[in-house]
Design a protein around this ligand. Structure first.
Ligand code: NAP
Length: 174
């Protein structure tokens, strides 16, 4: 398995809107299909994310990860979390649980920046994937300072999406 992000970021460098939503929801062309998440999920066994990123899924109209194992890094189990979701506050133990359940597909490290940095520091992040969305949002949460600025990145692939966003995939080398 490979642990990979596919994090959306605005042209001015923000991963959230000013009010804390993932920045892609501000794009009028946003949909999981148009941004390639539906096809991407077919390559996955599981998703892994921080508790802050996970919680809004509990109120979503549609469960975002049908057919995938879901792992959440967090010190408490949010109210209403479905039984099949694994919640653990120890990053290394949670990664062991992800690996134990894996049957060869990749694992989407959904975010946010704190959780990406946690797994990068453990040497477990294989690919840092970014989707640059053609939006300027002015303020919000950035990848840094949560993600260390000495992260070494090597461009592996670039791909325009039909919405005008550009997908960039980097190998995380350190
Ligand atoms: N643009 C995108 O594609 C995208 C994708 C995903 C998320 N986002 C955005 O990212 C924002 C959240 O990012 P975030 O970095 O603030 O939070 P996050 O990584 O989603 O979650 C943070 C939580 O995860 C747990 N955690 C993280 N690192 C840990 C560690 N080393 N040890 C133990 N627990 C740890 C803690 O949970 P406890 O507090 O329970 O202990 C912590 O409060 C949201 O606003 C979301 O909209 C954007």
């Amino acid at each position: 398995m490979q642990l990979r992000t596919r994090m959306c970021v605005s042209l001015d460098g923000y991963v959230t809107t000013p009010d804390g939503w993932p920045v892609q929801v501000a794009d009028p062309d946003w949909s999981p299909e148009a941004f390639g998440f539906v096809d991407f999920q077919k390559t996955l066994d599981a998703v892994l994310m921080g508790r802050t990123t996970f919680e809004p899924a509990l109120g979503a109209e549609r469960w975002p990860w049908p057919d995938l194992d879901v792992f959440v890094l967090g010190s408490r189990r949010p109210t209403g979390t479905p039984d099949h979701v694994v919640v653990d506050g120890d990053p290394e133990r949670l990664l062991e649980r992800v690996r134990a359940a894996n049957s060869g597909g990749d694992v989407h490290l959904v975010g946010g920046p704190q959780t990406i940095e946690t797994y990068r520091r453990l040497g477990a992040l294989d690919k840092l994937g970014l989707i640059v969305v053609p939006l300027l949002v002015g303020e919000g949460l950035r990848l840094t300072p949560a993600i260390s600025t000495d992260t070494a990145l090597k461009l592996e692939e670039e791909r325009p999406l039909p919405t005008g966003a550009v997908e960039l995939t980097y190998t995380a080398e350190a």
